[in-house]
Design a protein around this ligand. Structure first.
Ligand code: NAD
Length: 405
C-alpha cells in the first residue's frame, strides 16, 4: 500500500477484522496483520474467512478503496491494536503467549507518542505486563507511549452494528493513555466511552461474562433441585420473576461459547481463594451437562426394562445457544458425545438445523428424528423445535425449556 497506515491491527479474526473494516470505512488507513497467510490472501482479495452479516461488503469496500491491506508482518503506524486469541493452557489457565508474541512483533516499530491498545480478553495485569515488556526492550521510550486496554463486548451475528453503538470501557496505564485511547475510539464509535484504568477495564470484561455465568448457574442449580422436588422449573422461574425485583435467568444443558464458559477461569486462575462463587458457578454449569447425559442414560435403561428392546433416541441441538451455528464449547455437543460414548446398539438421530453437516456426527432432519425416536431429548431451544406436539408414547427430556417457554 502506498499510503502510510495510521493503524496496525494485529489479529484479523471475528473481532479484529470487523474492527479493521470499521476503522477503514472512516477513511483511516489500516494495515491488518495475521500469522495465517491464507487469511491475509483472502482479505487482500476483498473477501472474508468468517461468517458475519455485512462484514463482506465492509471488507470488500475497504480493500477496494485502499484503506485496508493485510499482511503477515506489521509496519510502522501511529496506533497498534492487539486482537489475538487468549485461549487456555493446562488446567484452565489463561494463555497470553499470543498477546506477547503479537506485542513483540510491533515493539521494534514503536516511536514516541504511539498508541498501543490490547482488545483481547486478558487476565488482570496483562496490560501492565506488556508495558513492562515494551519498556524493557525499548527503554528510551519509557513513559513516552500511550498504553491502554479496551475490551470488546459485541454479539456475533450483530457485530457491525454493535461495534459502533455499544458503550466501551477504556483503561490506560495512566490518565494520558486513557485520554489518547478515548480520542482514538471516538472517531469510530457512537456508544459512550467510559474511562478507567487498565486493570479495571481488564476485570470489567471478565466480570461481565462471569456475572452471566453465575446467574445461569443459579438457574441450573434450581433445575437440579426442582427435578428432585418434582417441580416444573420453568413455571417456577416464571412465577418467581413476577416479583418486581427478581429476574432469574433460564436453565439449560450447561453453558457454552468461547466467552461465558471461558472468561471466568481467568479470574479463578489468579484469585482461587477469593473467587468461590465464580469457580462454583463454573462447576455447576459443567456439572449440569454431565447430569443431562446421565439422565439420557437412565431414560434409555428404563425404556429397555419396560419395553424389552433398545430405544431410538433423538438428540436435538448441537450449538451452544439457540438459533446459531456456533458449536464452540457447546454443552449440547458434549452431551451428545457423552451419550454416544455409552451407546449400546441403540439408534441415535442427531439434529442441528443450523448446520448442513458435521465431521463427526451424522445429522438427521428434525422431522425424521421426531418421527422415529422413542426418546426425544431437547438440548437447545432452537425455534424449529418449539412446534413439537406431544405424542403420548414418546418420552421427552427437555433440558433447555424448548417446550416450556
Ligand atoms: N469473538 C467474539 O465474539 C469476542 C467477543 C469479545 C472478545 N473477544 C476476544 O477477542 C480476542 C480475539 O478473538 P477472536 O474471536 O477475534 O479470535 P479469532 O481466533 O477469530 O481471531 C484471532 C486471529 O489472530 C490471529 N493471530 C494469532 N496470533 C497472532 C499473532 N501473533 N500475530 C498476528 N495474528 C495472530 C489468528 O490467526 C486469528 O486469525 C480474544 O481474546 C477473544 O476472547 C472475542
Amino acid at each position: 500500500m502506498d499510503n502510510k497506515p495510521n493503524v496496525v491491527m494485529v489479529g484479523l479474526g471475528y473481532i479484529g477484522l470487523p474492527t479493521a473494516a470499521l476503522i477503514a470505512k472512516n477513511k483511516t488507513y489500516v494495515h491488518g496483520v495475521d500469522i495465517n497467510p491464507e487469511i491475509v490472501k483472502t482479505i487482500n482479495a476483498g473477501k472474508i474467512h468468517i461468517i458475519e452479516p455485512e462484514l463482506d461488503n465492509a471488507v470488500e469496500n475497504a480493500v477496494k478503496d485502499g484503506f485496508l491491506y493485510a499482511s503477515t508482518v506489521p509496519v510502522e503506524a501511529d496506533s497498534y491494536l492487539i486482537v489475538v486469541p487468549t485461549p487456555f493452557k493446562g488446567k484452565n489457565e489463561p494463555d497470553i503467549s499470543f498477546v506477547e508474541s503479537a506485542t513483540k512483533a510491533i515493539i521494534p516499530l514503536l516511536k514516541e507518542n504511539d498508541l498501543y491498545i490490547i482488545e483481547s480478553t486478558s487476565p488482570i495485569g496483562t496490560t501492565e505486563l506488556m508495558m513492562n515488556l515494551i519498556y524493557s526492550e525499548r527503554p528510551e521510550l519509557k513513559n513516552k507511549l500511550n498504553i491502554a486496554y479496551c475490551p470488546e463486548r459485541v454479539l456475533p451475528g450483530n457485530v457491525m452494528y454493535e461495534l459502533v453503538h455499544n458503550d466501551r470501557v477504556i483503561g490506560g496505564i495512566n490518565d494520558e493513555s486513557t485520554e489518547k485511547a478515548v480520542d482514538f475510539y471516538r472517531q469510530f464509535i457512537k456508544g459512550d466511552l467510559h474511562k478507567t484504568n487498565a486493570r479495571t477495564a481488564e476485570m470489567c470484561k471478565l466480570v461481565e461474562n462471569s456475572s452471566r455465568d453465575v446467574q445461569i448457574a443459579f438457574a441450573n442449580e434450581l433445575s437440579l433441585i426442582c427435578d428432585k422436588a418434582d417441580i416444573n422449573v420453568w413455571e417456577l422461574i416464571k412465577l418467581a420473576n413476577k416479583h418486581p425485583r427478581v429476574n432469574i435467568l433460564q436453565p439449560g444443558c450447561g453453558v457454552g461459547g468461547h466467552c461465558i464458559a471461558v472468561d471466568p477461569y481467568f479470574i479463578v486462575a489468579d484469585y482461587p481463594m477469593e473467587s468461590k462463587i465464580i469457580g462454583t458457578a463454573r462447576e455447576i454449569n459443567n456439572y449440569k451437562s454431565f447430569w443431562c447425559a446421565e439422565k439420557v442414560k437412565n431414560a434409555k435403561l428404563e425404556f429397555e426394562l419396560q419395553h424389552g428392546r433398545k430405544p431410538r433416541i433423538a438428540l436435538l441441538g448441537l450449538a451452544f445457544k439457540p438459533n446459531i451455528d456456533d458449536l464452540r464449547e457447546s454443552p449440547a455437543k458434549y452431551i451428545v458425545q457423552k451419550v454416544l460414548q455409552n451407546a449400546n446398539d441403540e439408534e441415535y438421530y442427531i439434529v442441528e438445523p443450523n448446520i448442513n453437516e458435521h465431521k463427526v456426527f451424522k445429522l438427521t432432519s428434525y422431522e425424521e428424528a421426531i418421527d422415529k425416536a422413542d426418546i426425544i431429548v431437547f438440548l437447545v431451544a432452537h425455534d424449529e423445535f418449539k412446534n413439537y406436539k406431544a405424542i403420548k408414547e414418546k418420552i421427552v427430556l427437555d433440558f433447555c425449556g424448548a417446550l416450556n417457554k
